[in-house]
Every structure is written in C-alpha cells, then in structure tokens.
Design a protein around this ligand. Structure first.
Ligand code: NAD
Ligand code: UGA
Length: 462
C-alpha cells in the first residue's frame, strides 16, 4: 500500500498541528483532520484557529484547501483514508474503576468503533493519543470484532512528543519519531509506510521502530521522567528557601554535568498542562495493576511533590500578606499553564486563584491568550460558584489594569511581556505595601526591590 490519503480523528492540540505539518511536508498526500465537534472544525477553517501556537497560522495557511482539509464528516474521511491517526483525548477517569488514575479510553474506543463501522478497505490505524501499555491490543480487538469482509487492519503506536508553545518547531525538528508495531511481515510493512511519511522531513536515523508495547510505555516514561526533573528541582527549591541557597545557582551547577544536562531544571510554581499528571497517574495505575506497589508509590511522589509546590507557593502568598487576604485585591498575571499557549489545563494559576478566592480575596486576572469564558469554566470546574465569580473575579485586558489598586501581584505564567512591563508605573498604582510574588523566577528582583516592592519568589530568599 502507498499512502495517498490520511485521516486524523481529533482536531485538538496534537491532531491539528501534527497533521498540518504532515500536509506541509507531504504535498502529494491528502490530509483530512476531522472532529466530532462541528464548532472546533469551523474554527480550524476560519482565520482564528481554535488553539494559539506560534507558527501554526502560517503552516495551516500554506496547505489548507490544497492538501489539508478540516471536516466534521468523519465517516467520509475514514472511508477515503489509507492511514488513520487516532488523536483523541484520553483524560483521567472521573468515575468507576480506576477513578482519578486510569485514563478514560472511551474516546479511543469510540474512534475505533467509528473506523470499524465504515471502513471498506484496508487501513493502517495509528495510535497517536497517549494510551496505557496494551491499548493497541484493545483497539485491534474492537476492529477485528467488527471487521467487514475483505477489510484488514494494522495497528501502530506513534506517540507524540511535541510540547505546547513550541509545537511547530518540535514537529519540524523532532528529537526522534517513535513507531511501534507488530513484529510480523504485515506489521513491518505498515511501520515502513509510516516511516516513509516522516522521512519527508525527519532523517531516518531519528526514526525509531520498536514493538508496540515499548512504544506505548516509552511515551509514559518520557513524560514521567520530564515531570520528575521538575518535581526534583522544586523539592530542592524548598531547601533553598530554608537555607539561603539559590535554586538558580544550584540548577546551573547541577545541569552543567553533561550526564544531567540543563533542560527542565527550572523551578516553578509547579507543572501544569494536560498530560504530565494524567500520564503519571496512568503509569501509577498500570504499576498497581501489575502488583508493583513500590514502583507505583515512586511515581506517585512526583505528583505529590507538585501538589505540595503549588500549595507551598500559595501559602507563602497568604502568609506574606499578614495571613489574611480577605477583602484584598490580588492580581494574577498569567493563567495559561506555560507561556506561548492559551491552554489552561491543570494550570497552577487555577489552584492559586481558587485558594485565594476561598480565602476571601478579590482577584484580577490577565493573560495575553486566555479569554474570560475559559477562566470562568476552569474556576467553575474546581468549585468556584457563580456568585463568587461575580463578586471576586475580574478579567482584565492588560496587565496595568489588572494590577491597579492591588495589594499583591502573583505571577503564574512566564509570558515574555511580563518581563518588560513598567514596574515603576505598576508600583505607583498599587496599594502599599506592594507585594510581588514571582512564581516563575523571570523578573528582575533587584529592580523590584529598588522600586519598593516586597518580593518573594521560588527557591531563593530576597
Ligand atoms: P484535545 O482535547 O485538544 O483534542 C482531542 C479532540 O478529539 C477533541 O477536539 C475531541 O472533540 C475529539 N474527539 C474525541 N473523540 C472523537 C472521535 N471519536 N472522532 C473525532 N473526534 C473526536 O486533546 P489533545 O491535547 O490534542 O491530546 C490528544 C492526545 O494526545 C491525548 O492522548 C494526549 O495525552 C496526547 N498528547 C497531547 C499533547 C499536548 O501537548 N496536548 C502532546 C503529546 C500527546
Ligand atoms: C509535555 C512534554 O514536554 C512533551 O514532550 C509531551 O509531548 C507533552 O507534555 C504531552 O505529552 O502532552 P507540555 O505539557 O505541552 O509538554 O509542556 P512542557 O514544556 O513540558 O511544560 C509542562 C509544565 O512544566 C508547564 O507548566 C511548565 O511551565 C512546567 N515546567 C517545565 C517547569 O515548571 N519547569 C521546567 O523546567 C520545565
């Protein structure tokens, strides 16, 4: 089979950018990204894409309408495709067996059933979603049990390693592409077809092929180990604050060891994002099911440390404001889980905001890419009532409005524009004493102290 047509089920943060890059690099292949949400597809077809990602607009515009299409007609795209990516969401289960830990695979299963119901020709089905080890086997069972005569399937695992905010660069210059498949002649042929697609722009030596299980586990392992580095450095940030050591200096000294390396050692308010917590919980659950309680406890501690860091930082804000924030105005600078994305899933800012609201503070939020309806949904999800939202939350369109008449500023996201704000102006319009809590260690603390701010940050005493 030579792949002439690709379909991607799921037009989210992964499906959209990944398939836009494939379409750009493989002009001879027709790529159709489908989603069951008509609204999301309409946005992909508009001038305002549903996600903010640097460089994405240009990549989409280069191919959309030529060999890249966004559609809500899932069945038609499946019928036409030779290769189908499953790129649907795999959130943590909120009920039933494995609640709070196991991933909810209902969307993956739904996607497999859609394929089985309509496919009329052979398909290579590629798991792009992050799934538990062994999920490919479940997808295969569903496909086989519902298979039409004459139709055969090959299942591949091809986890995605892009990070939000740098997705286009990560896709164009991937460290590696991982493809797992069946160790049979047909499995190897399918792997080869997917390799050929990536080889349009990724050197062959960076395309790694493994058995399906190794591929599935490698994705969970990569995220767990990245998150573990953050929890490790964040745990040491607490030691720094207690001793007078400086976490930036410690991270630099440690990261210069070539065996350790400098990346992912930025102490912070705690990691957020849709995947680290979800994928580690998934790993913990797998370990428990495999009767490996010590291994499960080890990875669980990475999450526990992250919760502790968010809690520790928020407690410091309250403590510094004389142990009461009731009736005080507090500005939250940044609501996204990291810079250069509008994504707020598991953002530490949600935890900080909710805690401060519960303590009676009025909060004013500004984020360059997160809009009011999203903030409302996020706070509602963690239990902020409509009445609390009306009375205690104001969403602002710029940082100066957000900081005006505030007792404190809490910086939660490391947006570049926060570094260059006029902090003299901000200080002048704040209540005194004016407090600055830098949860990302990006500001010039000496300058802030000189202006007159009381400054607190992570991992060092000022
Ligand atoms: P997302 O929620 O942004 O997008 C998923 C989309 O799938 C939604 O728009 C949903 O409507 C759609 N969908 C669900 N079931 C469908 C079906 N049967 N047919 C068609 N569309 C369907 O999720 P995401 O962030 O793109 O993540 C997708 C997967 O990729 C997850 O497993 C995640 O763990 C993994 N992943 C995410 C990232 C990231 O940075 N967000 C990076 C690597 C891997
Ligand atoms: C992460 C991984 O980096 C990707 O490789 C992976 O594909 C993706 O998860 C996924 O599977 O979803 P992402 O969550 O988009 O990507 O962003 P990261 O850059 O990893 O940041 C995650 C969180 O960790 C952010 O809140 C960030 O601010 C925080 N972080 C990151 C730190 O606190 N310190 C650091 O040194 C690095």
């Amino acid at each position: 089979m030579v792949v002439k047509s690709i379909c991607c089920l799921g037009a989210g943060y992964v499906g959209g950018p990944t398939c836009s890059v494939i379409a750009l690099k493989c002009p001879e292949i027709k790529v159709t990204v489908v989603d069951k949400s008509k609204e999301r597809i309409a946005q992909w077809n508009s001038d305002k894409l549903p996600i903010y990602e640097p460089g994405l607009d240009e990549v989409v515009k280069a191919s959309r309408g030529k060999n890249l299409f966004f559609s809500d007609d899932c069945d038609a795209a499946i019928v036409e495709a030779d290769l189908i990516f499953i790129s649907v969401n795999t959130p943590t289960k909120t009920f039933g067996n494995g609640k709070g830990r196991a991933p909810d695979l209902k969307f993956v299963e739904g996607a497999a059933r859609m394929i089985a119901n309509v496919a009329k020709s052979n398909k290579i089905v590629v798991e792009k979603s992050t799934v538990p080890v062994n999920a490919a086997e479940s997808v295969m069972k569903i496909l086989k049990a519902n298979q039409r005569p004459g139709v055969s399937y090959q299942i591949l695992s091809n986890p995605e390693f892009l990070a939000e905010g740098t997705a286009i660069n990560d896709l164009l210059n991937a460290d590696r592409v991982l493809i797992g498949g069946e160790e049979t002649a047909a499995g190897e042929a399918a792997i080869e077809e997917l390799c050929k697609i990536y080889e349009h722009w990724i050197p062959r030596k960076k395309i790694l092929t493994t058995n399906t299980w190794s591929s599935e586990l490698s994705k969970l392992a990569a995220n767990a180990m990245l998150a573990q580095r953050i929890s490790s450095i964040n745990s040491l940030s607490a030691v720094c604050e207690a001793t007078g050591a400086d976490i930036t200096e410690v991270a630099r000294a440690v990261g210069l060891d070539s065996r350790i390396g400098p990346k992912f050692l930025q102490a912070s308010i705690g990691f957020g994002g849709s995947c680290f917590q979800k994928d580690i919980l998934n790993l913990v659950y797998i370990c428990e099911c495999l009767n490996l309680p010590h291994v499960a406890a080890y990875w669980q501690s990475v999450i526990d440390m992250n919760q502790h860091q968010k809690h520790r930082f928020t407690a410091k804000v309250i403590e510094s404001l004389f142990n009461t924030v009731s009736g005080k105005n507090i500005c939250i600078l940044g609501f996204a889980f990291k810079k250069n994305t509008g994504d707020t899933r598991e953002s530490a800012a949600i935890y900080v905001s909710k805690t401060l609201i519960d303590e009676g503070a009025s909060i004013k939020i500004y984020d360059p890419k997160v809009e009011k309806p999203q903030i409302y949904e996020d706070l509602k999800y963690v239990g902020v009532t409509d009445e609390q939202f009306q009375r205690h939350v104001t969403i602002c369109n710029d940082a100066y409005l957000a900081t005006k008449e505030c007792h404190a500023v809490v910086l939660c996201t490391e947006w570049d524009e926060f570094v260059t704000l006029d902090y003299e102006k901000i200080y002048d319009q704040m209540m005194k004493p004016a407090h600055m809590f830098d949860g990302r260690k990006i500001l010039d603390h000496n300058n802030l102290l000189r202006i007159g701010f009381h400054v607190e940050t992570i991992g060092s005493r000022l």
